[in-house]
Design a protein around this ligand. Sequence first.
Ligand code: IPD
Length: 300
Amino acid sequence: SSSDLKDILEFTTALARRAGALILEGSEAINSASLSNVEEKKNSVDLVTEYDIRVEKLVQSELKAKYPTFQFIGEESYSAGKRDPLTDEPTFCVDPIDGTTNFVHGFPFACISLGLIYERKPVLGVIYNPFLGHLYTGVKGQGSYLTRGSAAPRKLPLSSDPKPLPSLNQAVIGVEWGSDRCETTISAKATSFARLAGDPEKGVAGGRMAHSLRSMGSAALNYAMVAQGGLDMYWEIGCWPWDVCAGVVVAEEAGGIVTGSHEVFEATKNTDQFGVVTEEILTGRKYLVVRGIGSTPEES
Ligand code: IPD
């Protein structure tokens, strides 16, 4: 119920702030070179640190203690082989550090992305970037908010009168390189980037080009930035449920249009199938698109 969600939001927001403190501690450890242990997962650009694992353990154990009947899906538990079936039951879906590459390099755009799925649909999202002190929250049917530092929460989008975008040529668009650099994925992405930002005379976009493209290095923060109004759109291929769960709620509750991300949940009966869905995304059959508030790009 909505009052349950309110309580869960309060608990998960406090937990995300605790996780954020641990992420900052990890960042200090990297700066002081006491953390040199950066492991590679599926390839040399897919990174994990001991802090990804520590943050996930903290969050998982606190959630388990407070909500013992809820299921849990986490990026690092999944990588370690824990792949319980996704059911209709309430399920937390967590990326302990979304933007691990930024975290490792000291680029201050990384966050914890904590979502709740119910009946296989995302219903609550908490995204916290401890480097900037930006907290984004969203609850299905209850709007989404940005809290910066100790300031009062502000309802998203920040502009109460968003101007509709007539076409792509006034848009700033979030795109990501991701960690899958296989030929199929990288050429699909490069083609899209060129279409979005290319020369209007020669561009496939038919004489329009976006103002610019941005890579924030965190899927969740892209969704949040669309919700905020700083990006008009976010386009990516190849996300996982923990990358998108919280962001979907935050963006949609701000009036954004999300395409593709829901399929990650809806088409999925058990977590093994996440791989299948992701594979479809990677081969270009499914795309994650968040279109900004009021924007009507003619090509996407
Ligand atoms: C990744 C980041 C990246 C996006 C990838 C994600 P991680 O998550 O969000 O920006 O391009 O699709 O998997 O590995 O930093 O948790």
